[in-house]
Design a protein around this ligand. Structure first.
Ligand code: 13P
Length: 341
């Protein structure tokens, strides 16, 4: 392992003014997104859609540091035969790859999941590296409910995240470590804070046990937010203040950067929260975005599967990428949203 090079890539991923496009929806998830815009989820449509994003020159070259791909996409070529991964490289962004293989029910823990995909991961990482991937992602899912999460679910998921991260670094790939505490449910922000703190503490404990180099990774956490069905929704300032406090208590300063997931927040909420955190300032790590839905909902709607809408889709993507890029520097303002072309 060359830690200096891993650190260089990790720092590039969290460059202020840039963030990560999470375009790594599994076939099941992208079908759900396409259903919502009444587009059939064929291999060609998935390719056309993602090609539209990766050819958004302004967004990709100015505001996107890296793109997380799904296995199918990393092997696909654009309409003109150029590998999609090359389009990303040509824009100046770094290609990354989702390497977990989804979740399975956790025995003895009703309603809880464990993320799988460690078998043969070392071999798969080697192939992805050869194809151009310089970072990877593994997502653990922790749900909040009555009696959950159990310590068992937190432990096994943290263990798997650390196993994955160690294998990535051995393959000269920067691991994005993503323990996602879901925002579904009616819990309040303080419950989310407590659960996320437990999850992060366990995750860093496992990372240490498994000798993962913190300088060569990026953390992708949820923010401390109210559950979607909670009657009392925390304000932007409360989310920012509590999330920063929680991260300071759990995330060592050796970690170069934190790139948040959006997790079902509205586009503008996800931007406002990131902006408010960066306005607090004086943080030991860079804070940026690694959004899926909060970057893609608008372009998906604008595109709606029609070739004549590609320019409109790219405009919508560029706008959201720019808003989040400003938020990564604490320079976003709500008024900028109204100036959309
Ligand atoms: P969302 O921003 O839609 O939560 O997706 C980010 C991601 O990569 C989840 O794994």
């Amino acid at each position: 392992m060359n830690l200096a090079d891993l650190n260089k890539v990790a720092l590039a991923m969290v460059t202020p003014g840039k963030g990560i496009l999470a375009a790594d929806e599994s076939s099941g998830t992208i079908k759900k997104r396409f259903d919502a815009i009444k587009v059939e989820s064929t291999e060609e449509n998935r390719r056309d859609y993602r090609e539209m994003l990766f050819r958004s020159t302004e967004a990709m070259s100015k505001y996107v540091s890296g793109v997380i791909l799904y296995d199918e996409t990393i092997w696909q070529t654009a309409r003109d035969g150029t590998p999609l991964v090359k389009l990303i490289e040509q824009s100046g962004a770094i290609p990354g790859i989702k390497v977990d293989e989804g979740t399975q029910a956790l025995p003895q823990c009703p309603g809880e999941l464990v993320t799988v995909g460690l078998d043969k991961l070392a071999e798969r990482l080697k192939k992805y590296y050869e194809r151009g991937a310089r970072f990877a992602k593994w997502r653990a899912v922790i749900d909040i409910g009555s009696g959950i999460p159990t310590q068992t679910a937190i432990h096994v998921n943290a263990h798997a995240l650390a196993r994955y991260a160690a294998l990535c670094q051995a393959a000269q790939i920067v691991p994005i470590v993503e323990p996602e505490v879901l925002m579904d449910g009616d819990h309040d922000i303080d419950r989310c804070y407590d659960v996320t703190q437990r999850v992060l503490n366990k995750t860093f404990q496992e990372l240490r046990v498994q000798r993962v180099e913190l300088e060569g990774m990026v953390l992708k956490p949820n923010m401390a937010v109210s559950g979607k069905k909670c009657a009392k929704q925390a304000s932007v300032d409360e989310v920012a203040e509590k999330t920063v406090r929680m991260l300071k208590a759990c995330v060592p300063a050796a970690v170069p950067g934190i790139a948040f997931l959006s997790g079902g927040q509205s586009d503008e909420e996800a931007t406002a929260h990131l902006d408010a955190m960066n306005r607090i300032g004086g943080l030991p790590w860079k804070l940026t975005f690694s959004y899926g839905r909060a970057l893609q909902a608008a372009p998906q709607k604008a595109w709606s599967g029609k070739a004549e809408n590609v320019a409109a889709g790219q405009r919508a993507f560029t706008h959201r990428a720019k808003m989040n890029a400003l938020a990564s520097k604490g320079e976003w303002e709500t008024g900028l949203e109204k100036k959309v072309a």
